[in-house]
Design a protein. Structure first.
Length: 172
């Protein structure tokens, strides 16, 4: 039986399969607007005229994942730096970073880097979990603020969070 590679996870799927048996991704090219199944060489949907983007196949052994990137910085850190001695500022930020790292790792995230007064972490790689990585990131952020509020004068009740999704730009 001929096989083809799943465009999402790269696993082999039998010819004629409509969904990947490993990850559940659709194996059938469909119009993103109306869902019609266009002919293989079509660049536009014959049902509604929408341009159809080509999906780049994923190399075997690789997979696409839903990930969340957490960027958390200290609001008002410039003013804090002006008021504190450098050693005290370093101590304050160290306490904040340690609390955030602990909560990020407890939620299955990975700290990627520290930038000035900010921390960047990812959820969903290298280990994917069955729940939404953005929920894990939000819990880590909230718990980290509660763990070290005195370190930076943070008030978890006044903390703001923005959630959003980055979408790839269409090719031209």
């Amino acid at each position: 039986m001929p096989v083809g590679a799943c465009p999402s996870c790269g696993n082999a799927s039998p010819e004629g399969a409509r969904f990947c048996a490993s990850c559940g991704a659709s194996l059938v090219r469909a119009c993103p607007t109306c869902g019609a199944e266009p002919p293989e060489a079509a660049r536009f949907c014959p049902s509604c005229g929408t341009a159809i983007a080509e999906r780049e196949p994923v190399a075997p052994g690789r997979e696409r994942r839903l990930v969340t990137v957490l960027f958390a910085d200290v609001t008002g850190s410039t003013g804090l730096g002006e008021r504190l001695d450098p050693e005290r500022l370093q101590e304050v930020l160290g306490t904040y970073f340690a609390a955030m790292r602990e909560e990020i790792e407890a939620e299955g995230g990975t700290v990627e880097k520290f930038i000035g007064d900010a921390i960047v972490a990812v959820f969903g790689v290298p280990v994917a979990h069955e729940d939404d990585p953005s929920d894990r990131a939000a819990r880590a952020r909230s718990r980290g603020l509660r763990a070290a509020p005195g370190a930076v004068g943070a008030r978890p009740d006044r903390a703001r969070s923005r959630r959003g999704a980055a979408r790839p730009r269409p090719r031209r």
